[in-house]
Design a protein around this ligand. Structure first.
Ligand code: UDX
Length: 429
């Protein structure tokens, strides 16, 4: 099938590359000349395991093409994906200006029947917004259908997730348009749910908000566990063995961050508000997530007798392992808090340090994990990178001023850390 994907961020690029890998003729479009140049050379502008090999292969085999011209890509395609960013605006409502701008360009270029697919996470009702823009640009109704096909990929395993989705959600007004996407995804041999536009748009928000709620629930339990001396990992294990609950997304830690959960939880709160419903449960989910991090910093401050003049070592900066993404990363909150309370910071992350440098240019960035411990008064594990799992903890403890470890992701466990000479603190036990 001939496919265009507008926007080469995480969602757009991964979708484009995977569809090319499946033998479709794909044109990926972006308005950033730097990204276009990189992609033409087979260099992905994002960090994502496995994407570079797939990009190079599909480029060489002639399935993957790059362009900066939306009109040209639309003319050559049967299906056009809109996969541009929808960042939260000042009040948390998703900003649809990029989606609107792309829809305008598509509307101008429509000459034959084309299926326009919203892959960006957009509030309920956005399918109609796109449809209206296309009509305003003079595109006759019979020349297009707008379809919602939300993406559920996780950063760090985006290629795998796109090739192995639990389900494929397709929302459309007319069956013929949905069938086009059913054909496109048929090679994946995965369950597909066909529904209306609004329900498809809501499935995405509901799924992410529910997963974020699951994490906030176990993080709230971690506070109860800390207060009574129980162990949150055992509580989660016991809960997760009930098949109705399931064991995933019950890992207690510093809370959720990233490009999706924060903006989608906020987005659903705002959409609900607009529809006349006050989604109080999600407001609590957000609040638990915020206080989870500040409570952790409070505990550190209390233990080391104030942060003023202290040196804090931080292991990991990305919002989760295997990504350089720092959007809503807990590291940013922790850095801001400890600096505000008078400490200085030395930090290391295998890939995300350059991004954090743009936000905090004045903290010290180390070349490796052992440097982070050097002369530090406290060591904080923020992101559970594989690289940190089997580190020589004894060597780290030896180079510290005070051998105190605060493990924000429950990575090491008391026995292992204490054996290495650390005084060990973690979340929920
Ligand atoms: C998420 C959804 O999983 C994905 O389906 C959606 O399309 C985009 O949002 P992503 O943000 O890439 O994906 O990462 P994910 O692995 O889901 O983790 C999100 C956050 O939750 C991270 O900050 C992670 O550290 C945290 N998390 C996750 C926990 O704290 N505990 C858990 O048990 C799981």
């Amino acid at each position: 099938m001939r496919v265009a994907v507008i926007g080469t961020g995480y969602v757009g690029l991964v979708t484009g590359v995977v569809l090319a890998e499946l033998g479709n003729d794909v044109i990926c479009v972006d308005n950033d000349p730097r990204k276009i140049e990189m992609l033409k050379k087979g260099i992905p502008p994002i960090y994502e395991p496995g994407i570079e090999e797939m990009l190079k292969r599909t480029l060489e085999d002639g399935y993957f093409h790059v362009s900066d011209n939306i009109g040209d890509a639309v003319e050559k395609s049967e299906v056009v994906f809109i996969a541009v960013g929808t960042p939260p605006g000042p009040d948390g409502t998703p900003d649809l200006s990029a989606v609107r701008a792309v829809a305008k360009e598509i509307g101008k270029a429509l000459r034959k029947y084309t299926v326009i697919v919203n892959k960006s996470t957009v509030p309920v009702g956005s399918g109609d917004v796109v449809e209206n823009i296309l009509k305003e640009q003079g595109a006759p109704e019979e020349l297009f259908d707008v379809v919602s096909n939300p993406e559920f990929l996780r950063e760090g395993s985006a290629i795998y997730d796109t090739l192995n989705p639990d389900r494929i959600v397709i929302g459309a007004k007319r069956r013929e348009a949905a069938v086009k996407l059913v054909e496109l995804y048929a090679p994946l041999e995965k369950p597909m749910i066909l529904t209306d536009l609004n329900s498809a748009e809501l499935i995405k928000y509901a799924s992410n908000a529910f997963l974020a709620s699951k994490i906030s629930f176990i993080n709230a339990m971690s506070r109860v566990c800390e207060a009574c001396g129980a162990n949150v990992a055992d509580v989660a294990k016991g809960m997760g063995m009930d098949k109705r609950i399931g064991d995933q997304f019950l890992q207690s830690g510093l809370g959720w961050g990233g490009s999706c959960f924060p903006k989608d939880v906020q987005g659903l709160i705002k959409s609900s508000e607009g529809l006349g419903y006050d989604f109080q449960m999600l407001k609590a989910v957000e609040e638990i997530n915020e206080t989870q991090t500040t409570h952790f910093v409070d505990r550190i401050e209390k233990r080391i007798g104030g942060l003023k003049g202290k040196l804090v070592g931080m292991l990991g900066l990305a919002f989760k392992p295997n990504t350089d993404d720092i959007r809503d990363a807990k590291s940013l909150v922790i850095i801001e808090e400890v600096l505000k309370r008078g400490a200085s910071v030395q930090a290391y992350d295998p890939v995300a340090a350059d991004n954090v440098k743009k936000v905090f240019p004045d903290i010290t960035y180390c070349d490796g994990p052992y440097e982070v411990a050097d002369r530090a008064d406290v060591l904080i594990l923020v992101t559970e990178w594989n690289e940190f799992k089997n580190m020589d903890l004894e060597r780290m403890a030896c180079s510290m001023n005070e051998k105190i470890l605060f493990d924000g992701r429950r990575l090491y466990g008391k026995a292992k850390a204490e054996k290495a000479g650390f005084e060990y603190h973690t979340i929920g036990s």
